[in-house]
Design a protein around this ligand. Structure first.
Ligand code: C2E
Ligand code: MG
Ligand code: MG
Ligand code: MG
Length: 288
């Protein structure tokens, strides 16, 4: 932040490329109030089985329905919550909402898994484990249907306590997922030490990997590694027909991305499913 301030001071405004006009940083008080007043809402993005098109589950992605600024994306407030000890409250709210929605889907016979993003700052005390277990027990959702996504680049430094918390949750049958795989500095060590069930190949190694030898080598290597370690593999950032063709031809298990669907409100999910099933019937997943 000091660096950003320096750059702002010395670099002419026309060169402030990294400061998009519409992005705003919110104060701790504002983020706290958003959590207390339940202004955070859950969106859901489908994760589909590549071979069949079936919906395996959803990832929940939080948004802030702000009274003045409209729909605010997580990059504008998660870091604030992390920095001011609000992240456990935020994660609990998001998880509570997601579990209530999972119940609705499960009661309708749609046995989706629900994935929730967990911050490294959630994994600093064993209390977090109890919070998660209590919420899931209260909601009556089987832990096997709850996926905890942890971003790989956050898994750095001293990971003894996070490792302990994740391992305990794994023993309680929660599913663990390593998110944005390939973007961190310690990928292999984390895979060695933590019993992940799922590996999500970062979108930067998926989208257009069919067109670029370097990306393709990284995509292939991540896929092979996950298979060798008996993990399910999710391709993130499947954005067009060619990306979809790549994940199909390489036998990736699951896919997620704008080609399938962006994040949706729960109310729009069943309409999207109808539309997706129609796209499948119309030949989207027939062999090339
Ligand atoms: P993530 O967990 O890696 O989520 C994927 C992000 O990529 C989402 O952005 C999603 O909307 C976007 N995305 C999905 N499909 C595509 C695609 O085909 N192409 C491209 N370019 N992007 C795609 P979003 O919702 O803005 O979330 C950004 C990040 O914020 C997430 O990355 C996650 O790390 C974090 N986040 C989101 N919700 C939560 C939350 O409830 N708690 C915590 N701690 N972090 C969250
Ligand atoms: Mg994620
Ligand atoms: Mg990701
Ligand atoms: Mg990410």
């Amino acid at each position: 932040q000091a660096l950003t301030a320096l750059i702002k001071k010395w670099v002419p405004p026309s060169l402030h490329h990294n400061q998009p006009q519409k992005k705003k940083t919110y104060s701790m008080e504002a983020v706290r109030a958003a959590i207390t007043n339940r202004e955070l809402i859950n969106y859901y993005q489908p994760k589909v089985v590549v071979a069949t098109g079936e919906v395996a589950g959803v990832e929940t992605l939080v948004r802030w329905q702000h009274s003045d600024d409209g729909l605010v994306t997580p990059d504008q407030f998660i870091a604030v919550a992390e920095a001011h000890d609000l992240i456990n409250d935020l994660t609990c709210l998001v998880l509570t909402n997601a579990l209530a929605q999972a119940r609705v889907w499960h009661q309708a016979g749609l046995m989706f898994r629900v994935a929730v993003n967990v911050s490294m700052d959630n994994l600093t005390s064993l209390d977090f484990q109890d919070l998660v277990v209590n919420l899931v027990t209260q909601a009556g959702v089987p832990p096997q249907k709850v996926v905890l996504e942890v971003t790989e680049s956050q898994l750095m430094g001293d990971t003894r306590i996070p490792l302990e918390i994740l391992t305990r949750l794994r023993l309680k049958r929660f599913r663990l997922s390593i998110d944005d795989f390939g973007t961190g500095h310690s990928s292999l060590a984390q895979l060695r030490d933590i019993p992940f069930d799922e590996l999500k190949i970062d979108q930067s190694f998926v989208h257009r990997a069919w067109a670029d030898e370097t990306l393709r080598a990284m995509y292939d290597a991540s896929l092979a590694l996950a298979r060798q370690l008996n993990m399910e593999v999710v391709a993130e950032g499947v954005q067009d027909q060619d990306d979809w063709k790549l994940v199909r031809e390489t036998g990736c298990n699951l896919a997620q991305g704008y080609f399938i669907s962006g994040p949706l409100l729960a109310d729009d999910f069943l309409d999207w499913m109808k539309d997706w099933q129609k796209r499948l019937r119309d030949g989207l997943i027939t062999k090339p």
